[in-house]
Design a protein around this ligand. Structure first.
Ligand code: FDP
Length: 327
């Protein structure tokens, strides 16, 4: 399929079932609306904090709230979504009892960048909703391997969309001033290895010795082996993973000892790690907790956190060797 094809046509040609296509088109329309609000910056009065904390105890930005509202409203009017769950909402919201899909999302990933013109993102995944049962939060505790589709939007100088429905990961770009996403690259292939790593190194002293040894390895000089690697950390998971998907390398948000109440790092399995893992794996990459595939983790709670090592197969394999105590 040639570059330049519009998203709806792409989904038809790829044989994506009509109801799933409708959910994905709605998701991307919400993304286009969020992109429009972000471009207006302070003009709409949506910069700054909203004056509260979310279910995770984090400061909520006005744009977090607005992005969440845009997504909920789009799926409410779409009709094909049983329930939505969001990083910003304590409980899932039931929209339509008989609908075949549920959607989970991080409405504005990297929102600490939003007031200073940095890139931010939206992450979504679509799960099949088991028929004949009333929607419940428990139904959403599905492994990443069982997703029906996932996508992310990266709101940078351009708005990029990467979408996966089970047969590759595909890159689209939003036509400015419209809600039209145009195919740029079909079947992205992540490089087998890269030259960059992304992590919050300010937290290094809280990292476990295995993770510190892995970073020492990446930073050691060995030109024959492509080392040292360069750090590239934007403060937005989507933006860092997008770079790594296109150019190779590894993003890590490991377990640490900073807060005994959060021993598994900061990132959420269902809203962030599972969808990104699904996308990156379909491009030939890997995503791991350091001990095994993210896609195989069965969630025990909706807002569960997991350590994340994601990117090129070479660096993720290397990280697993360090995390598993083999090096
Ligand atoms: P944010 O809290 O700004 O939404 O998932 C959350 C996230 O950002 C990621 O996008 C980002 O990589 C990470 O947290 C940043 O956390 P640190 O400040 O701990 O580095």
């Amino acid at each position: 399929m040639a570059a330049g094809v519009h998203l709806a046509r792409f989904l038809d040609d790829a044989g994506v079932p009509g109801e799933l296509k409708a959910v994905l088109v709605s998701a991307t329309q919400a993304g286009a609306q969020i992109a429009r609000e972000l471009r207006r910056g302070g003009l709409s009065g949506v910069t700054g904090t909203a004056g509260g904390t979310n279910v995770h105890g984090e400061v909520v930005k006005k744009m977090d709230v607005l992005a969440n509202e845009i997504l909920v409203e789009v799926f409410r009017s779409e009709g094909g979504v049983a329930q939505v769950a969001s990083e910003e909402m304590a409980e899932p919201l039931v929209l339509s009892r008989e609908a075949p899909y549920s959607v989970l999302f991080d409405p504005l990933d990297g929102s600490s960048n939003v007031d200073t013109g940095g890139s931010v993102g939206t992450i979504l995944c679509v799960q099949s909703s088991p028929g004949g049962k009333s929607p419940s939060g428990e139904m959403l505790l599905q492994k990443g391997a069982d997703l029906a589709a996932a996508c992310y939007l990266n709101y940078g100088p351009a708005t990029s969309l990467v979408l996966a429905t089970g047969a590759g990961a595909h890159l689209f770009c939003l036509e400015p001033g419209s809600e039209t996403f145009v195919l740029i690259t079909r079947d992205l292939k992540i490089p087998r290895r890269g030259k960059v790593y992304a992590t919050n190194e300010g937290q290094r002293n809280y990292f476990h010795p295995s993770t510190r040894r892995f970073l020492d390895h990446l930073q050691a000089s060995d030109p024959s082996d492509g080392r040292p690697y360069s750090p590239r950390y934007s403060g937005c998971l989507v933006t860092d993973v997008h770079r790594i998907l296109l150019e190779g390398g590894i993003y890590l948000y490991p377990s640490d000892t900073r807060d005994p109440k959060k021993p598994h790092g900061k990132l959420r399995l269902l809203y962030e790690c599972a969808p990104l893992a699904w996308i990156v794996e379909q491009a030939g990459g890997r995503a791991s907790t350091g001990r095994g595939p993210i896609a195989e983790v069965t969630p025990s709670e909706l807002h569960q956190r997991v350590p994340l090592f994601i990117g090129s197969p070479y660096e993720v394999g290397l990280a697993e060797e360090f995390e598993g105590g083999k090096r």
